[in-house]
Design a protein around this ligand. Structure first.
Ligand code: SAH
Length: 542
């Protein structure tokens, strides 16, 4: 049994997902931070648990060839990077292996390989950062929380962010000190300034500065704006976000624009993207382009498809593919992001897209009930993955391909295992590194409907045989085609469902997407209603 403070020899043989080295001593796993596979070490045991223990490097007897010099003074203290002591090549090797192993072990998916696309930039790639502000020894500290704590480690010049962020933060820090503006204290809930949140449009050069405050206004707001613009003329938007709740959630719901626009603009896969403070936007633009291009390749679009983009954020993935599909339907829960998606579609001249503000599972269920049969569904859920009803509703919509994008290959793999039960097989996957030097990695996986050809043939035959109900089975596409040909009008599935419902025909559940704010469902205009009625008569449905 190992004892605390015991010195042991150790060879590091693996790295955990959090970036800690692991070696074995007399059959016991010993975790040692800041080490590399191949390191031969003298290690001091610092904590002993039942089946494993933690150690600290006493001496490096023979270093791994994969080590590099750490160049950051707050490495391992700020809770950001995990791999600054390893070469990027070595980091890629691990990430590659994890994703592959997650698909194999958790997903039960036996892919020959899961290649990894490295990030074009290893440093300075982040276009977004959120910095907690804290009073420390009477001074304003701006930086990052230490791991598993709310102690701010001061740092304004993180290697992963663009250099302009440090200039802005230094200016704000000086302003807060000079003007003696109070800083939020989590323990008392008192004080004003909580976080500074910065965003950067890499292509446009536009910067957003957002101050998160425990109140509605900041003393000398105009003065701060003036100073900021002097330091950084690229600032296109200065925003105050109000968060008066005592929670770990950084942003409140309310924003007030102090200067410029209420969003910034960037360019992603040739799509002009407006990004508001609350909308999601990938933090590494150039690597996100690689990811979306890979997703488009997996989607194999020909221009004929209906594409559903679930968890669409500001619409970026779908909009980057809109030119290659017939129709795009995006779904997103945050109203501001949906607004962004709609205006992004308008600004890019995309006319074949609509965006629904709804929970993915509700929307997917409603679309499936509606009879929407997309050819391809793209999902890009948050880290926790998709809820089972989302997967079930997707399977009911019966797309021939599902492109699953995820920042957590473990939950993606779990969902692939669920998809397998629903008749979808993971065909190929690609890891894309959007987060060099940290322990995160993005994955895209193509799932294909099993024997979809046979399924379609059987469905058609059933239709032909089931004469009694054949008349009620004119598909939405058939109705659309008839209306277009006979009346020269384009009608959406939504309009068809509204008219069907008016005529007492079964359309499944309500088109139940209007529960969230800002989800006004458009109503079918009379001219189109008459045309759809005509089609329903033609198909002997009424
Ligand atoms: N596809 C987008 C955003 C991906 S991030 C892009 O690449 O930019 C995940 C998105 O899912 C976020 O925008 C988040 O607001 C949204 N989201 C989270 N939970 C959701 C839910 N239950 N239903 C719909 N959208 C959800």
């Amino acid at each position: 049994m190992l004892q605390k403070n015991q010195i042991i020899p150790l060879t590091i043989t693996d790295i955990t997902h959090e970036g800690q080295g692991v070696g074995h001593h007399e059959g016991i796993a010993v975790f040692v931070p800041m080490t590399a596979v191949g390191d031969q070490l003298k290690v001091r045991v610092v904590k002993v648990l039942k089946n494993y223990c933690f150690g600290k490097v006493e001496e490096i007897l023979s270093p791994s060839p994969n080590r590099v010099e750490n160049d950051c003074p707050v490495y391992r203290r700020c809770g950001g990077c995990s791999f600054r002591h390893l070469s990027y090549e070595e980091e890629q090797r691990f990430k590659n292996n994890w994703v592959f192993e997650n698909f194999r072990r958790i997903g039960g998916v036996d892919l020959p390989q899961v290649p990894l696309l490295p990030s074009p930039k290893e440093e300075g790639y982040r276009n977004k950062a959120q910095f907690p502000v804290q009073k420390k020894d009477g001074k304003v500290a701006i930086g990052f929380y230490a791991p598993r704590s709310h102690e701010v480690i001061p740092c304004v010049d993180c290697r992963l962010q663009p250099p302009s962020f440090a200039r802005i933060l230094t200016e704000i820090q000086g302003f807060l000190e000079r003007e003696n503006i109070s800083i939020y204290d989590e323990t008392t809930g008192k004080g004003l300034v909580r976080h500074i949140y910065l965003r950067y449009g890499e292509v446009t050069g536009e910067i957003m500065v957002c101050l998160v405050i425990n109140g509605k206004s900041l003393p000398k707001e105009g003065h701060l704006v003036k100073r900021l613009l002097e330091v950084e003329p690229g600032i296109a938007s200065v925003i105050l976000n109000t968060n008066t709740k005592n929670t770990n959630v950084i942003l409140g719901k309310e924003c007030r624009t102090l200067y410029g626009k209420d969003h910034i603009t960037d360019l992603l896969c040739d799509v002009k993207v407006d990004i508001s403070p609350l909308a999601f936007y990938q933090v590494n633009r150039s690597s996100a382009e690689n990811l979306y291009r890979k997703a488009a390749e997996f989607a194999a679009l020909t221009g004929e498809e209906t594409l559903v983009d679930l968890y669409c954020g500001a619409g970026t993935i779908g909009l980057s593919m809109a030119g290659q599909v017939k129709e795009l339907i995006g779904v997103e829960i945050i109203p501001e992001a949906v607004e962004n998606a709609r205006s992004n579609a308008r600004k890019n001249g995309v006319k074949n897209a609509r965006f629904l503000c709804a929970d993915a599972s509700q929307a997917a269920t409603a679309l499936a009930d509606e009879g929407i049969r997309p050819d391809v569904v793209v999902v890009d859920p948050p880290r926790k993955g998709c809820d089972l009803p989302v997967l079930e509703a997707i399977a009911r919509m019966a797309p021939s391909r599902v492109v699953y994008i995820s920042c957590n290959s473990a939950t993606a793999a779990r969902d692939c295992a669920e998809f397998a039960k629903l008749g979808y097989r993971a065909v190929k996957a690609q890891a894309v590194d959007l987060f060099p030097r940290t322990c995160h990695v993005e994955t895209v996986c193509l799932l294909s409907k099993l024997q979809s050809k046979e399924h379609i043939e059987i469905e058609v035959k059933m239709d032909e045989l089931d004469l009694t109900s054949a008349e009620s089975k004119a598909t939405y596409d058939e109705i659309k085609a008839y209306v277009l040909e006979k009346h020269g009008l384009k009608v959406s599935s939504l309009y068809i469902s509204q008219v069907k419902r008016k005529c007492g025909l079964d359309v499944g559940q309500n088109y139940n997407l209007s529960k969230k704010e800002d989800a006004k469902v458009p109503q079918c205009p009379p001219e189109k209603e008459a045309a759809i009625m005509d089609a329903l008569k033609h198909f002997q449905m009424i």
